[in-house]
Each structure stands twice: as C-alpha cells, then as structure tokens.
Design a protein around this ligand. Structure first.
Ligand SMILES: Nc1ncnc2c1ncn2[C@@H]1O[C@H](COP(=O)(O)OP(=O)(O)O)[C@@H](O)[C@H]1O
Ligand SMILES: [Mg+2]
Length: 355
C-alpha cells in the first residue's frame, strides 16, 4: 500500500502531499478540482503513463518543465521509496534512492490496478488495452519474463526496420529469435489466462451474476495450430508489402464473447463497465493469491459509473478484502463507501484530509 505520496506539477496539482489510510480512501470535490489527477499520479507510478490516454506530457502542469510523484510503499519486506519524474520528454525513476535503469522494473514493484470512466470502452475497442491487461498479470506474477519481452520487442523492431529498408536477409535472420521469445511469451500468457478465467468466473458470480455467459478466449496473435516460426515465414510477403511483422504475441488478444457473438456488438455499455470491473477485481485477487500481497486499487468516480447493485456488491467486496482502495466522487459521501474510510476533500488542486 501507499503510505505517503507527494505529487508535484501533475495537471492542476502544484505540490500535494497525501497520507492515506491502509484501507479505503475517498477523494471528493467539485468537477475539475483534481481528484482524477491524484489517482492518475498514483497510476503513473505503476505504469509510466496516464489512464486517460493522450500525450504523456499533457500531465505536466501548464508552464512547468517537469512533474514528479514520490511515494512510500509498504511491502511485506518493509517500506520503500519509489519516485518517477517526467522532464525533457524523458522518465526518470528512483527506487530507495537509486536510479532505476529499466522503468519496467519499477512498475513491477508498484502493483496498481485502475477502474475509471474509460475502462469499458478501452476494453471493448482497444486490443492494446486488452493485451496490456493480460500482460500486467503475466509480468507481475513472473517478473523473470520481462527480459524475454524486451528481447522480443527489440527483435521485432529490428525485423520491421529491415523489412522497411528492403533488407530481407537481415529480416529473415530475426525470425528464429522472434519465434523463440514469442512462443515463450504466449505460453506464459496461456498459463496466466487459464488461471484468470476461474477467478473471473467467481468474481462475476459475486459482483455481476448476469454476466455469467461472458466467454473469454486468449488469441496468440497468429494462426491456430501453427508454430510461430512457420506463421512468420508464411506471412513474409504480406510483411514485406507493409513493412510490419503480422504474426506474434504483439498481435495477441483477449476475445470477449457473449452468446456466441462479440461482446462489443451485443453487450450494453453498463454491462461493459461491469465486466471491466470484474476483470480488475479478478486480477487483483489472482495477484494476491500468487504473490501474497494485494495490488492497490483505483476507482475513479465509481458512483457515476456503476448502478446501485454493482455499487453495493463492490462495497461488500472492499469491506471483505484487506486492500488499499482509492475512490473518487463529487459528493461528500458515496453509498458504496465502506464504514471505515479516510476522506479527503479536493479543492482547486489542494487535498485536505477530514478528521
Ligand atoms: N497540464 C495541465 N496543467 C494545468 N491544469 C491542467 C492540466 N491538465 C488538466 N488540467 C486541469 O486540472 C484540473 C483537474 O482535473 P481533474 O483531475 O480531471 O479533476 P476532477 O477529477 O476533480 O474533475 C482541471 O481543471 C483540468 O482542466
Ligand atoms: Mg475526474
């Protein structure tokens, strides 16, 4: 959990210091006061990007040259200080006073999961979001795989550059490497995905029972029943024409089905939000069971995102699990708040804890 956070120059937050409770934390305030920006700052520490999308540097407060978030993070092995700064178009990360060379090794240590107004659309319409969701689980449970992913991405870039440069011999030389790393990534996703499916089923039963017909499937990113090496070889002509590698885990996806059709086409917006919520809670619990610690959960404006039934079942969930959650809303209270909650008033970029 986060113990103390200092945020500088993120959107309208000049310098904000928050000392949250171990359990539920509720930020409330008028539209535009800075609630989402606080959650966004916490999210940054776990991802190095905003959950709002848009250009990274738009998070930096107008007229400033940098933004920075520093937090004390309590873990079973003691407290650590994590920091992330953005300036001159670069991220700089610190962990316990040392510079961190690979940002991903910082993000792995800051397990944050978010549910916010754009989660549902993103989940339905953006394959990158679905893939990142799966990979969050894969890499947080098995950080040892990160180098495999980095090597894969490097090989992919090299091959694509060679394809575009018309250097087919070099492009060809990368195929074996891509196939080896790519297969490993897909196998890890598959193991994770099989486990996640049962967590999702349980979560849906508890939180959103009418979604029980949702059917999710993991797609590798290349033709079924073919090994990746052969798949890349057989798409060579297409790859040459477009200058892009079409087969591989970078094209993997999570297919979401509903009564034999795509959920996107037949699920309602509200059902999509409920599903996004269930996926987050399922992944949180999975992470807890595998690592012995809970991720930190961010719920931006759940009062306007979820109907009364989902709110009350989410409230029960939060009450039951010893997890640090951050919620936001415009009203001074929210029906889904657990009994024991720390409240913060956000007003024009200032955050004050109520006593
Ligand atoms: N880069 C920026 N610099 C300064 N202010 C910004 C920047 N980006 C957004 N804002 C402003 O920050 C304020 C807080 O936004 P937000 O956190 O979304 O508010 P809330 O979630 O409380 O409605 C808004 O008034 C928004 O216009
Ligand atoms: Mg907001």
């Amino acid at each position: 959990m986060f113990e103390r956070i200092v945020i500088e120059n993120v959107r309208n937050l000049v310098e904000v210091s928050v000392s949250p409770a171990a359990g539920a934390n509720y930020l409330f305030g008028a539209n535009g006061s800075g609630k989402t920006s606080v959650l966004e700052s916490l999210y940054l520490l776990g991802y190095g990007r905003s959950f709002r999308g848009g250009p990274v540097d738009s998070i930096i407060r107008r007229g400033e040259r940098f933004c920075r978030v520093v937090a004390d993070l309590a873990t079973p092995r003691g407290s650590s200080r994590v920091g992330l700064e953005r300036s001159d178009k670069l991220w700089r990360a610190r962990f316990d006073g040392d510079d961190v060379a690979q940002l991903s090794s910082l993000f792995i240590r800051v397990p944050v999961l978010g549910f916010e107004p754009t989660s549902a659309e993103a989940l339905l319409f953006d394959a990158d979001v679905r893939r990142r969701f799966v990979d969050w689980g894969v890499f947080h449970v098995e950080p040892g795989l990160l180098p495999v992913w980095r090597n894969y991405v490097r090989a992919l870039r090299q091959r694509n550059a060679s394809l575009r440069g018309g250097d087919h011999i070099t492009a060809d030389a990368w195929v074996a490497v891509l196939a080896e790393y790519g297969e490993r990534i897909h196998s890890a996703r598959l193991v994770y995905f099989e486990a996640l499916k049962s967590y999702l089923a349980t979560t849906i039963e508890n939180i959103s029972p009418t979604l029980d017909v949702v059917d999710i499937a993991l797609r590798s990113g290349w033709a079924e029943g073919v090994d990746l090496y052969s798949a890349i070889q057989s798409s060579l002509e297409r790859d040459i024409t477009t200058g892009f590698t079409h087969c591989g885990p970078h094209r993997g996806d999570l297919r979401i089905g509903w009564h034999g059709r795509s959920f996107r086409d037949v699920g309602s917006r509200g059902q999509a939000k409920a599903l996004a919520l269930c996926l987050v809670l399922a992944q949180a619990k999975f992470y807890r069971d595998r690592t012995g610690r809970w991720p930190i959960l961010l719920f931006d404006d759940p009062g306007s995102e979820l109907d009364a039934g989902h709110q009350s079942r989410l409230a029960d969930w939060i009450d039951r699990e010893p997890v640090q959650v951050w919620l936001s809303g415009v009203e001074a209270t929210l029906s889904l708040l657990p009994r024991d909650v720390a409240k913060f008033h956000v007003e024009q970029g200032k955050v004050t804890r109520l006593v």
